[in-house]
Write a protein of this length. Structure first.
Length: 113
């Protein structure tokens, strides 16, 4: 496994899988650990082990076959996304349009994420 080192937990993140509607976590020994998403994918491309990352960030690799999805029937849990902006400012029409667009994109692509 290529492990992802999380400063939030001070260690490697376990792999997560959806099994029968629930979330199962599995900790595996890591051949190498990294703390950046790009490095995680690069290590997997080099054949250093399996990894878990958002599918949208790997679409090109999956299309080209440089990475292969395993256990597609047991995806990881969904990761929440938040948009933050200063509360003290008036929400501009441009920001509102962006938020609405992004919300629609996540709903449309929820099976790809």
């Amino acid at each position: 496994m290529v492990g992802f080192w999380s400063t939030a937990i001070g260690g490697l993140l376990p792999l997560e899988f959806t099994v029968d509607g629930g979330i199962r976590t599995v900790s595996l020994p890591a051949v190498v650990s990294v703390n950046g998403a790009d490095t995680l994918a690069a290590a997997a491309r080099l054949g250093l082990g399996i990894m878990q990352a958002p599918r949208y960030s790997l679409e090109e690799d999956l299309r080209q076959g440089t990475l292969v999805a395993i256990l597609p029937d047991n995806p990881p849990s969904r990761t929440p996304v938040s948009l933050l902006y200063p509360r003290s400012r008036q929400l501009s029409p441009r920001v509102r349009v962006f938020i609405d667009w992004l919300s629609r994109e996540f709903v449309t692509r929820q099976d790809d994420i």
